[in-house]
Design a binder for this molecule. Structure first.
Ligand code: ATP
Length: 306
């Protein structure tokens, strides 16, 4: 796997705040690489340093073999950066905005090809101010693809979208990769990272606390299944479930209790038996495999949305 982005011991402090605190990683050609972390973890700072938009305090960043600090223009010509959708021209149509952006580059994709890549065929002649949130996001991805970039950077591309619009953008991102580009994205959605990314760097307080494929991260931290439920009839805090058979960990988040277990049947039987004996009912029960959310919780003791 040849590296298209190499980051070594990158640091950026804002006074007391260590926005990026010594991170290193590489991104391989053709990967969908994700940085996953809560608000303020340092994702945007990292991405903008790689794009050449901010200066690091120290460390090295190479993009496509070029030093971002010394050759920022050469880097910019070969990458695509998704703009915030507020920067779109409200009174231009989708096709007009694309053609405007195309005029900035000596070589560019055809407007129709871009429109097809992000599934906006039906909106080609619609003013951008009349697009839905999801359509605007797809247009901003198309704008990042105008110059046929080798790497495209998407900073929280689906924030604020409803689930359907989010899934539709995931399909677009997968198509972008199929068309040969490397995708670097940031997100604070676990499901997004799990579904889309070949590898994920989990970032917290400016540091990478884990980096691998979502599958490998989950496997490394959890062989167990998660049994999730709410209880009625007794204060959740007032009793312990740690001693139930096969349970390795218990987490409580508000009314929701999660048991991690190596033997779902044995744990459930004992849970119901204890409920009968001590007077609580189990509600909204479901069993699931562990997710990146569980991994983050285990690594940091917090949920990512805190
Ligand atoms: P979000 O999802 O909220 O954008 P993030 O993971 O992208 O979060 P950053 O925007 O990189 O995080 O911010 C990391 C930390 O650095 C935060 O504590 C933030 O307040 C701080 N920070 C970022 N930019 C600046 C700046 N220009 N001046 C001062 N502090 C900054």
């Amino acid at each position: 796997m040849s590296a298209v982005v190499e980051v070594r011991d990158l640091r950026k402090y804002y006074g007391e705040i260590k926005a990026v605190d010594g991170i290193s990683f590489t991104v391989g050609r053709g990967e969908i690489f994700g940085m996953l972390g809560p608000n303020g973890a340092g994702k945007t700072t990292t991405v903008e340093i790689i794009e050449g938009l901010r200066r690091a305090d120290s460390g090295q960043v190479t993009v496509l073999g070029l030093d971002v600090r010394r050759q920022p223009d050469a880097v910019k010509a070969r990458i695509g950066v998704q703009l915030q959708t507020t920067a779109l021209f409200p009174r231009l149509t989708v096709r007009e905005v694309l053609n405007l952006f195309r005029s900035f580059f000596p070589q560019s994709r055809e407007a129709d090809e871009l429109i097809a890549m992000v599934n906006l065929q039906e909106k080609a002649n619609t003013l951008t101010k009349e697009l839905s949130g999801g359509q605007r996001q797809r247009l901003s991805v198309a704008l990042a693809l105008v110059n046929q970039p080798e790497i495209i950077f998407l900073d929280e591309p689906t924030t604020g979208l409803d689930p359907q619009a989010r899934r539709s953008l995931w399909e677009v991102i997968e198509q972008v990769r199929s068309a040969g580009a490397t995708v670097f994205l940031t997100t604070h959605y676990m499901e997004e990272a799990e579904r889309l990314c070949d590898r994920v760097a989990v970032i917290d307080h400016g540091r990478i606390i884990a980096l691998d494929s979502p599958e490998a991260l989950i496997r490394a931290h959890f062989q167990e299944r998660a049994v999730e439920f709410e209880i009625n009839g007794q204060q959740a805090a007032s009793f312990s479930l740690e001693d139930l058979p096969a349970v390795t960990q218990v987490r409580q988040d508000g009314k929701t209790i999660t048991l991690y277990t190596n033997d779902v049947e044995a744990t459930l039987a004992a849970l119901f038996e204890r409920g009968q004996r001590t007077g609580f009912q189990v509600d909204a029960l479901h069993v699931r495999r562990a997710t990146l959310e569980d991994v983050f919780l285990k690594l940091t003791g917090r949920r990512i949305r805190d």
